[in-house]
Design a protein around this ligand. Structure first.
Ligand code: ADP
Length: 320
């Protein structure tokens, strides 16, 4: 059983990435799984080369510091040759219509005068990630379901046309994953590339900054701590964050705090304590580049070894 998940170094790791994904990878992942830092995906929109390199290292350090098995973590571009080869072969089985139908492509390209071609084709690269590693399960949020469906279609089509090479992966939506919303606009999910960093808590933010951001979180004027996501999204978001950090139920927590000031205070302290070991561990790793390089090289070798025979087979049966 191989699960594959990824995080894109398009910004600093934020609280939603940690509570909704990375923490689970650390708790439930095995050394069979693959956790990619998908730096190739981060190039689908305008990017800065040295920032991309440094965010990639930072994310690698965060994952390892958070307790994700280092043997299962790899930087996507360390397999750029293998992935580039398979992406081309898969692109030759995928139609323009299939790629252009992707909702994410439509959303991200809408109204923009210049769109990188890779924004259109990156779901095929994602399919190559999944198929090359032989992943059975791909845990994703709703927004990525369509991309995993494309990977399934391409795997079946390839196997049917040329011969059985790929495992057909399955998308799974983890039922318990926390959904963290933006503190400044709780109608949106917290994201690392948000325009306004005031609503985003980053894993590496120092404690006083975390406290300030949570104290300024948007609530409402009802002055009543209730867990009602539709009517009081800001308060519900804080309760969900607090619940995710303490392992308690957000509805029950609502009855234990007296007003918004206290809710913000206890939430801020819970977040600071939850993030402290990750922040400190990440700093230690970033201060020890040799250790981080070793972990990276090891993860790369492992995922390369795992995919070599599959890539050879895919090239051979497709006539190359
Ligand atoms: P981002 O939206 O921050 O760019 P990615 O697309 O790199 O995040 O996703 C990495 C992982 O983090 C995915 O598993 C995604 O579902 C999870 N994730 C991202 N944002 C949130 C959030 N606000 N709440 C919960 N999980 C999230």
């Amino acid at each position: 059983m191989i699960r594959l998940s990824a995080i894109t170094p398009s910004g600093h790791v934020q609280l939603g990435n940690y509570l909704g994904a990375v923490r689970r990878w650390a708790a439930e992942g095995t050394d069979e799984d693959v956790y990619f830092i998908s730096d190739l995906h981060a190039m689908t929109s305008s990017h800065n080369a040295s920032r991309l390199r440094s965010l990639t290292r930072e994310q690698l350090a965060v994952l390892i510091a958070a307790g994700v098995d280092p043997r299962s973590v790899a930087v996507q571009s360390d397999l750029v040759r293998e992935l580039g080869a398979l992406t081309w072969v898969l692109e030759c089985t995928c139609t323009y219509g299939e790629a252009a139908r992707m909702i994410q492509f439509k959303e991200k390209s809408e109204g923009r005068s210049s769109v990188r071609l890779s924004l259109l084709t990156y779901p095929v690269l994602m399919a190559a990630d999944i198929l090359l590693q032989g992943a059975n399960e791909v845990p994703v949020g709703d927004d990525q379901l369509q991309h995993v469906e494309l990977a399934r279609v391409l795997a079946r089509r390839f196997n049917g046309t040329y011969g059985e090479v790929f495992t057909v992966p399955r998308a799974v939506v983890p039922p318990t994953a926390a959904r963290v919303r933006d503190l400044a606009d709780p109608t949106r999910k917290m994201a690392k590339s948000a325009q306004d960093a005031a609503g985003t808590v980053f894993v590496l933010d120092p404690p006083d900054l975390v406290r300030r951001k949570i104290q300024r979180a948007v609530t409402d004027d009802r002055a009543e701590v209730r867990y009602a996501p539709d009517e009081q999204p800001g308060v519900a978001n804080l309760l969900e964050i607090l619940a995710a950090c303490t392992g308690k139920d957000p509805k029950e927590l609502a009855g234990t705090v007296q007003g918004y000031a206290e809710l913000k205070e206890v939430t801020a302290e819970a977040v600071i304590e939850e993030l402290r070991p990750v922040r400190e561990g990440t700093r230690r790793l970033l201060d020890d580049p040799a250790e981080l390089d070793r972990a990276r090289a090891h993860g790369a070798e492992r995922s390369r070894d795992r995919c070599a025979h599959r890539l050879d087979a895919a090239l051979r049966v497709s006539g190359l």
